[in-house]
Ligand binder design. Structure first.
Ligand code: HPA
Ligand code: MG
Length: 186
């Protein structure tokens, strides 16, 4: 990843695409604190297992759980459906669930929910293991792209259907390593 304007880091180039600054570090962190507060309230007195979805959600998961004041566990699964800037339509499970979630409250942690395809696959994967409840917390949500049945309960920031990178999100596996989020310049 190359910062095109080195003075203010407002534009970045990743492989063949250019991106501009879209969501600041401050806005990301505030939205995460808001989501954490809601989870702390809703699950007061309960135990949760967070299930982070790799690769994208690693940063969101790391920041969110620092603001959780409940007894919680965290585990990760790895699935893929995206190649480049579009979904392949097929979800592949690369690392399955290794934690026992039977009779426990599960909160799935996603970096972004767009078509909802990955999410439906995850729901069935998790539901199969008889949890007490399942909800989804996502940093970003593209409502215009969503085709699933159940929209995510906890949403950090709603965005239009434009391709973004940064803060865990990639373009061709690159660009995850920023504190801000960048939007594609078309
Ligand atoms: N950027 C990166 N990865 C994604 C996106 C996006 O906009 N939507 C779904 N996966
Ligand atoms: Mg990706």
């Amino acid at each position: 990843m190359i910062f095109v304007e080195s003075t203010n880091q407002e534009k970045v180039q990743i492989k063949d695409k250019k991106f501009e600054l879209y969501i600041s570090e401050d806005e990301i962190q505030k939205s995460i604190q808001t989501v954490a507060k809601r989870i702390n309230t809703d699950y007061k007195g309960e135990e949760i297992i967070f299930v982070g979805v790799l690769n994208g959600a690693f940063m969101f998961a790391a920041d969110l759980i620092k603001d959780i004041d409940l007894e919680c566990e965290i585990s990760f699964v790895k699935v893929t459906s995206y190649k480049g800037t579009s979904s392949t339509g097929k979800v592949h499970e690369l690392i399955g669930l290794t934690t026992d979630i039977k009779d426990k409250h599960v909160v799935i942690l996603e970096d972004i929910v767009d078509s909802g395809l990955t999410l439906s696959k995850l729901y069935s994967m998790i539901d199969h293991n008889a949890p007490k409840s399942v909800q989804v917390a996502t940093l970003l949500y593209k409502p215009d792209a969503f085709k699933g049945k159940y929209p995510p309960k906890y949403v950090g920031i709603e965005i239009p259907n434009k391709f973004i990178v940064g803060y865990g999100l990639d373009y061709m596996e690159v660009g995850r390593n920023t504190r801000e989020i960048y939007k594609i310049i078309e």
